[in-house]
Design a protein around this ligand. Structure first.
Ligand code: HEM
Length: 190
């Protein structure tokens, strides 16, 4: 009898993108909430500088990840997963991508559009890509805040679904995205 075929993994590049963005978001949400809470006066400026700099790195990373994803489809989901769950997972993944784009661009437009600096870009001598536009920036405050809470809720749902599929339903999905580096992967898949 032949052993079960190994679970197909995401491409190594896709896994690096996934965990780098996950780590970035895990830092950005609490830092964003802390710096706007008014409860950390001594280090508020440092938190803003960290948030804007890391956020700008994430903006580039999310754009690169999307470009990569366009040309690299993910490996098929386990056949043991019911079709409804597969559809829901695809919808959640698509919405997470969309929210990452909205979060990073709204943060950038809110900052640059209001004439605030991004210290990391200044340090690297890189230009800002937008003119000042305070009206648009004011809207972006709302968009950024609203989508931050949506993103946090969806990340929680995503993690919960993976834990459930892995531990209780036995679909073995975690290994598709783990480890972040190395461990082989499907050539030509994303
Ligand atoms: C995935 C990326 C990002 C996440 C998860 C994120 C998350 C957050 C969160 C949770 C808040 C607090 C919202 C509130 O309760 O008011 C916030 C505020 C803020 N973020 Fe981001 N952010 C991201 C990207 C960016 C980027 C790229 C920039 C700028 C380059 C930026 C600039 C700001 C600024 C200026 C505020 C304060 C908004 C205000 O005026 O109230 N963020 N962010």
């Amino acid at each position: 009898m032949s052993p079960n075929p190994p679970t197909p993994r995401y491409h190594p590049v896709s896994r690096i993108f996934h965990w780098a963005v996950a780590l970035g978001v895990a830092v950005m949400i609490p830092v964003g909430i802390l710096m706007t809470s008014g409860s950390v006066e001594g280090i508020q400026d440092e938190l803003y500088i960290l948030h804007k700099g890391l956020g700008t790195i994430l903006l580039v990373l999310v754009a690169a990840r999307l470009a990569w994803r366009l040309f690299h489809s993910p490996p098929p989901m386990p056949e043991s997963m019911p079709p409804g769950q597969r559809r829901t997972a695809r919808f959640v993944h698509g919405t997470l991508y969309a929210l990452l784009v909205v979060m990073t661009t709204s943060g950038y437009v809110r900052t640059v559009g209001d004439g605030f600096p991004i210290e990391l870009l200044d340090a690297l001598g890189l230009p800002y890509l937008l003119p000042e536009m305070p009206d648009v920036a004011a809207w972006m405050v709302l968009v950024h805040k609203g989508s931050a809470y949506l993103l946090a809720a969806l990340v929680a749902a995503h993690v919960g679904a993976v834990v459930h599929a892995q531990l209780f339903a036995g679909h073995g999905v975690f290994r598709r995205m783990w480890p972040p580096v190395g461990g082989g992967g499907q050539k030509g898949e994303g």
